[in-house]
Design a binder for this molecule. Sequence first.
Ligand code: SF4
Length: 202
Amino acid sequence: MARLRLATVWLGGCSGCHMSFLDMDEYLLELAEIVDVVFSPLVDSKTYPEGVDVVLVEGAICNVEHMEMIHRVRSNSRVLISFGDCAVTGNVSAIRNVLGGALPVLKCSYEERSDPAGMIPSPNDIVPQLLDRVVPVHAVVKVDLFLPGCPPSGPMIRTALEKVLAGETIDLMEHHLSFGGYGRPRNSEGSSTASSSSTAPS
Ligand code: SF4
C-alpha cells in the first residue's frame, strides 16, 4: 500500500493542539509506518506541497499570511481537518474581535500597553498584516472534518486519524458536537457537521 501524505499546519493558535498531537505517544510510531509527514512545524519543511492526503489545521485565520496559506492548503489537500477549537470556532484567537478591528488591537498592544516608545509595526516589515476579524477555518474554505477541543485530546486525535486514514466514517459523541452550548459548526455549504465520510486517501 502506498504511504499516505500527512501534513499539519499551524495558523492562529498557541501550538497546544500540536502538543496534543505529540501526546499520541506510541501511536506516533505506528503512524510513521503508514504516513510521510510532508509538511508540519514538527518537521523542516518550508513550502506546502501538492498531493497531501490528510491535513490537520490548527488555529484560526488571523492575518494575510494565514489567508494565503489556507487557500493553498485547501487546493493541495484531499481531506482537511479543522483541528482544535481555534480552527473550529475562533476560540481564544478570536477574542480580539470584540475590540472591533485590527487597528484598535495594534494600538492597544503596541502603544497603549507598551512603554513610551511603543510603535505599531509596519505591515511591510516582518509582521504580517492582521485581518480586521479573526475567523474560523470553515469561514474561508471547505472543511471535511471538525475536531473540537482546546486542545483535542491525544486519544481523540488518534481515533480521528485512524478512521480518516482508513477511509471510515467518524461518529463523535454528542458532547463533541456542541461548543459551550453554541451549536454545531457548519461547513462551507451551511450544513451542520462533525463527522467525516471521506473516502480512504489512496
Ligand atoms: S484550540 Fe486551544 S490548544 Fe489549540 S491552538 Fe487554540 S488555544 Fe491553543
